[in-house]
Design a binder for this molecule. Structure first.
Ligand SMILES: Cc1cc2nc3c(=O)[nH]c(=O)nc-3n(C[C@H](O)[C@H](O)[C@H](O)COP(=O)(O)OP(=O)(O)OC[C@H]3O[C@@H](n4cnc5c(N)ncnc54)[C@H](O)[C@@H]3O)c2cc1C
Length: 264
């Protein structure tokens, strides 16, 4: 790991000023994705701007029919939050299934969405629940946020401050975890809301994506029997990984059935 300057600002404004003053600066939240890439020399920031002093960004609260989770809430805090468990139990379950205890105690929801890892769990919930990512300057709809492989709509100097989740009528998540890391080899989040049904897949593709064929089928038959093998095109899935695209396509259908079952 290369040497760097460490900063611990006490406000979002100060964090932004540090980012703007140092072009090669990086934000640090839980460090569970940034530190491994720095250790591998895949990132070498001149300055590391810790968000640890921004305690306000840890809050979890309800605003009417929306659950607002501060960017610095750890996976463990989301998993154990009474509010999350009461309003979107599938989201609490998802957070509780991330990595191991150390990762859950350090890693944050803001860091996870900003990193846009194609195998991360949260992006599937953000997309399926039609969430909105709040930053220091705007709100970004889930469908516009995850743009590609480790690529989000965030500007280099933009800070995620919270994620707003509309509370669904029912939701369920199922993943086939990688046996070592627990990242999703394939994960499916299903949400039924007053506005319709949304299904998002993580792990299997180059980025999180919606399974619109299944969304349509579930509209008339909300049961695992709505899932068919032909709904997932292996050509759209990750090539050259540990699992073949055909195997991933099958895994997605199995996880989809489990996620729907969890909603019933
Ligand atoms: C062994 C291991 C197992 C794991 N298993 C899983 C798993 O099963 N499922 C899963 O989903 N994830 C898994 N992870 C990843 C973990 O969830 C990370 O915590 C998460 O991806 C990143 O969150 P962080 O708070 O640690 O962010 P950091 O590592 O601190 O930052 C990640 C990136 O996001 C940027 N960033 C951080 N916070 C913000 C913000 N508020 N605004 C803008 N940019 C920001 C940083 O600059 C950096 O580029 C695993 C990690 C490890 C090490």
């Amino acid at each position: 790991m290369r040497s760097f300057e460490y900063h611990r600002p006490q406000s979002v404004a100060d964090a932004l000023a540090l980012l703007r003053a140092n072009e090669a600066a990086k934000l640090l939240a839980g460090g569970q994705s940034l530190l491994p890439v720095m250790k591998l020399d895949l990132a070498a920031p001149s300055d590391v701007v810790s968000l640890a002093g921004l305690r306000d960004l840890k809050a979890i609260r309800s605003e009417g029919n929306t659950l607002v989770i501060g960017a610095l809430a750890t996976h463990d805090e989301v998993a154990h939050s009474a509010e999350v468990r009461r309003r979107i139990p599938a989201l609490a379950g998802l957070a509780g299934g991330i990595g191991d205890a150390q990762v859950r105690n350090r890693g944050t929801i803001g860091g996870s969405v900003a990193h846009a890892d194609p195998s991360a769990d949260y992006p599937s919930a953000v997309v399926a629940l039609g969430a909105t990512v709040e930053t220091d300057r705007r709100r970004i709809a889930a469908d516009d946020f995850f743009l590609g492989f480790f690529q989000s709509a965030l500007e280099p100097d933009e800070i995620v401050t919270a994620v707003h989740f509309p509370v669904p009528e029912r939701a369920g998540y199922a993943k086939f975890p990688h046996p070592a890391s627990k990242y999703a080899v394939a994960g499916v989040f299903v949400a039924r809301t007053g506005g319709g049904i949304r299904v998002a897949v993580t792990g299997a593709g180059p980025r999180v994506f919606r399974l619109t064929a299944l969304e349509s089928a579930l509209a008339s038959n909300f049961s695992p029997s709505a899932v068919t093998e032909g709904m997932v095109d292996p050509g759209d899935l990750r090539q050259g990984g540990e699992a073949s695209p055909e195997y991933l396509a099958h895994l997605v259908t199995v996880m989809a059935k489990r996620a729907i079952q969890a909603c019933l």
